[in-house]
Design a protein around this ligand. Structure first.
Ligand code: ADP
Ligand code: ZN
Length: 742
């Protein structure tokens, strides 16, 4: 938690500038310190997840500093988008890229030289090609260059997911413009890529800001694909509101799903590399402008678009890796409002992906891809918090145990001992093999035998005559599949890697069969329809009247946007509309209080919007409402609440037990118990810190926190302190600091 006092510093007017230019009341985590660093001419690296608010970190300084800020951005569509949004806030921004006519380029360059431009977006190839560098030199002499901002900075790294050789030349900027500070920005989660960025761009003693990768507004769930997955998908899309992306693995599937959705009355368009450039561009624009609700796409779609109000991302097929999944699903909810990320897990798809991996020529590549697939499945099949699995993959170990916003946390699957079932399953594999001259069979076949099927295929192999035929009638196909998956996942059975996925026993299978190894599985949930409803509950629910007004405001926004040929969110983000719908501001003064309403927006749209709101109030006999508590970011919310498990730990603690004793007694990890105690501390429960962390160590930890800032991660604090400090004590002291400064 950033408290106001902890961040007040030599730039007290920053909040004012934020409201004036962008209409926001508060900075998000890391924005202020990153902005301050840039204002102090420091090189900086800003690592924030998608939607974290990176752009503001260079846009606000650009408005406060003399000279032009040069933004290097790899994607034309993205540039255009950002520039439109800025211009709509009355900010002198422009871009230069290959989509412009020569005349247009000339006039923009002239404006740049005349000092009329505050922000100029360029593609890296333009930076080094033609006359741009000499132009910059002139601009530097006349009005100065405020900063270079390198967006999507991971493109310099071959280890990233989007390497672009042109980015390699950017280190040159550091040498050529020694006086100009450089800010690199990325959403990449891995350490390796971050190091690459600092090296390749030759950053000078950079200040590094790494925000948490947690995206609290996203609801995650995983849905086992049912026999009719399309119907399952359609039902979900019908339940959801707003725009969404549906990712599929193949072009064929994209076309098919888009077509079927259209037939079923859902405005949807396909997007994949098989379409012409023109088609892709049109489809993308129609999606961004809310002319169609759903984009069905291969993963090629999304890199280039910045639509902040995507309300759901459904992976109809698996992702290649957990990192890809995180980035792709992360395209939902960039505006901070609630959004849903669903992954459909089809057993057949795993075999398909695996088969495709098997086609790769390089065995090393295959190995990496298999490992990534396995991690993806670990995620999909895990009975623990989805967020925790993702964050721990990125090295954030201190995520809470229960996030309250994923399927597993809202509806924890109980673990059950299924040793007998596992024995039946494995012995069925053994019997089929013996009975067919050493031949192995896939999961569907094994389950058919267990359930006593008399299908042609079973008769053909005479598997209706073996002893395991029909011994599993008491369980459903889904149950057996879940068990089979879990056995694979726990490596208690192996699967051939030829794309057929036949099952084979391993030495550990025999341990299970001999009764030496118990088997536990997360009991499959009955298909719960509750997921979406629960997800919706995590956002603020509006009264029916507010919903009604919101609909009108959305229509107005769409009209205004179409008139200017910009996407609706350029006019106002969703969060602003929601606030208007709740507060019903009827005067310009009241309207100016809405988050997202800056000076320019007020004069441009204030009248039109308040007219509509007044009309609505008159018709319905309503008044204005006081503004709801700020909904921006979540930074201003208190600490996460304590739950039963924390209180249980508190009871143990009050009996005088040490954290280690509590952990042992409750069968929890020490880090978990520490987490509980820290949470209790943050919430003001009587935990005596001095008894847990020696005062002199506390002193050192407090000093480190003061140096790296209260928003720093545990890892950063520990880097400051050195190896002799452990995360548990740092976690506790950080909570005490947070408590005292809130
Ligand atoms: P990123 O580039 O990190 O993915 P953006 O810069 O596009 O994220 O910001 C995401 C959204 O958050 C945008 O709609 C932006 O206007 C909004 N935003 C940024 N900073 C703030 C803030 N301090 N308060 C409220 N909204 C903000
Ligand atoms: Zn969770």
């Amino acid at each position: 938690m950033v408290s106001k006092s902890a961040v007040s510093s030599e730039f007290p007017a920053l909040e004012q500038a934020l409201k004036q230019f962008f209409g926001y009341d508060q900075f998000r985590h890391y924005q202020r310190p990153a902005i301050e660093a840039l204002l102090q001419q420091r090189d900086t690296l800003v690592v924030m997840p998608t939607g974290g608010g990176k752009s503001l970190c260079y846009q606000l300084p650009a408005l406060l500093k003399l000279g032009v800020t040069v933004v290097v951005s790899p994607l034309i569509a993205l540039m255009q988008d950002q520039v439109e949004t800025l211009q709509d806030n009355g900010i002198a921004a422009t871009f230069l890229n290959s989509s412009l006519s020569l005349n247009e380029v000339r006039s923009r360059e002239a404006a740049l030289l005349a000092g009329e431009t505050k922000l100029v977006y360029v593609a890296p190839e333009r930076l080094f090609g033609g006359n741009f560098l000499p132009l910059l030199r002139q601009a530097e002499q006349r009005h100065g260059i405020a900063a270079f901002a390198i967006d999507e900075a991971h493109c310099v790294s071959e280890w990233g997911h989007d390497f672009r050789p042109e980015y390699r030349q950017l280190g040159f900027l550091r040498q050529q413009f020694a006086q100009v500070p450089l800010m690199a920005l990325t959403a990449t989660a891995t350490d390796r890529v971050r190091r690459d960025i600092m090296e390749q761009l030759q950053l000078r003693e950079p200040e590094v800001f790494v925000a948490s990768f947690n995206r609290p507004n996203l609801f995650y769930d995983v849905r086992p694909k049912q026999r009719q997955p399309y119907s399952q998908l359609l039902a979900q899309v019908k339940q959801l509101d707003g725009s969404g992306i549906i990712y599929c693995l193949s072009r064929r599937r994209v076309d098919e799903v888009a077509f079927r959705l259209q037939q079923d009355g859902i405005p949807a368009l396909p997007y994949h590399a098989g379409l012409s450039d023109e088609e892709r561009r049109t489809h993308q624009t129609r999606f961004i402008r809310d002319d169609v609700r759903v984009m069905v796409a291969t993963v090629a779609f999304g890199m280039g678009i910045d639509k902040p109000d995507v309300r759901f991302v459904i992976h109809y097929d698996l992702s290649r890796s957990l990192e890809s999944y995180y980035q792709e699903s992360g395209r939902a909810g960039r505006d901070g409002e609630a959004a849903v990320c669903s992954l459909y897990l089809g057993y057949g798809d795993i075999a398909t992906v695996d088969y495709l991996i098997g086609q790769k020529p390089d065995p090393q590549e295959q190995r990496i891809a298999r490992q990534q697939l396995r991690q993806m499945l670990d995620y999909a099949e895990s009975p623990v918090c989805r967020r925790r699995v993702q964050l721990s993959y990125f090295g954030e170990w201190d995520a809470p145990e229960n996030c309250q916003a994923c399927d597993n946390c809202l509806n924890p699957p109980p673990m059950e001992e299924w040793t007998v079932e596992a024995q039946k399953f494995l012995s069925c594999i053994a019997r089929c093999e013996q009975h067919s001259g050493g031949r192995n069979f896939g999961m569907t076949h094994i389950i058919d035998v267990l359930r006593g099927s008399t299908k042609q295929q079973i008769k053909k192999w005479r598997h209706d005559q073996i002893s395991t035929h029909g011994i599993g009638k008491d369980r459903s196909v889904e149950d057996w599949r879940a068990l089979g998956r879990s056995l694979l996942h726990q490596r208690l059975v192996a699967e051939s890697d030829d794309g057929y996925g036949v099952l084979m026993l391993t030495p550990s299978s025999w341990q299970v069969l001999k009764g030496q190894l118990p088997v536990k599985v997360a009991v499959p949930k009955a298909q719960n329809k509750g997921g979406d409803r629960q997800a919706a509950d995590t956002s603020q629910t509006l009264s029916p009247q507010a919903e009604q007004l919101l609909t009108q405001l959305r229509q107005l926004r769409k009209q205004l946007a179409d008139r200017q040929a910009v996407p609706p969110y350029v006019v106002f983000p969703e969060s602003s509309l929601r606030q208007m719908a709740q507060a019903r501001p009827q005067t310009l003064d009241a309207f100016a209080q809405i988050s997202g309403v800056g000076r320019q927006k007020l004069s441009q749209y204030g009248q039109t919007f308040t007219d509509v709101i007044r009309g609505f109030c008159e018709v319905n006999g309503l008044d204005s409402q006081p503004l709801p508590v700020s909904s921006s970011g979540g930074d201003t919310l208190g600490p996460p609440p304590v739950t039963d498990t924390h209180l249980t730990t508190l009871r143990y603690y009050q009996k005088g037990m040490t954290p280690a004793e509590i952990a042992a007694d409750r069968g929890l990890r020490l880090s978990t118990v520490t987490d509980h105690l820290a949470r209790l501390l943050e919430n003001g429960h009587p935990i005596n810190l001095d008894a847990l962390v020696a005062p002199e160590r506390q002193g050192a930890i407090r000093a480190a926190i003061a140096t790296v800032g209260t928003t720093a991660s545990l890892r950063e604090i520990r880097q400051q302190l050195g190896e002799s400090y452990d995360y548990n004590e740092i976690r506790l002291v950080r909570s005490a600091v947070a408590r005292s400064s809130s």
